[in-house]
Design a protein. Structure first.
Length: 24
């Protein structure tokens, strides 16, 4: 179950990075 949590964190971080890149 820890692996699933890491995948979710990774996806959330990627989404934040993508949103940040779109703003710039």
């Amino acid at each position: 179950m820890k692996l699933q949590n890491r995948v979710r964190e990774f996806r959330e971080n990627n989404w934040l990075i993508a949103a940040d890149n779109q703003l710039n």
